[in-house]
Design a protein around this ligand. Structure first.
Ligand code: SF4
Length: 62
C-alpha cells in the first residue's frame, strides 16, 4: 500500500500528520507529503483514516 498527497490540492492543515505520523510529514512548503516507500502494515488503518479525514481529499491511497 502506498499513499500519495496531491501537492496542488493539499491546504496544509496538518491533520494527516497528526492522525498518521508514521506516514505523513509536513514539508518546507507547508504541505503534507507521504514518506517514501510503502505504508508500514501497522500504519495502514491510520493512513486510511487520514485519507478519509482530509478536508480536501488530497490523499490517494492505493
Ligand atoms: S489532511 Fe489533507 S489538506 Fe490536511 S495536510 Fe494532510 S493532505 Fe493536506
Amino acid at each position: 500500500m502506498k499513499a500519495i498527497v496531491d501537492q496542488d490540492t493539499c491546504i496544509g492543515c496538518g491533520l494527516c500528520a497528526e492522525v498518521c505520523p508514521a506516514v505523513f510529514d509536513m514539508n518546507a512548503n507547508g504541505k503534507a507529503e507521504a514518506k517514501a516507500g510503502s505504508v508500514p502494515a501497522d500504519a495502514e488503518a491510520a493512513c486510511h483514516d487520514a485519507a478519509e479525514q482530509c478536508p480536501v481529499e488530497a490523499i490517494e491511497v492505493r
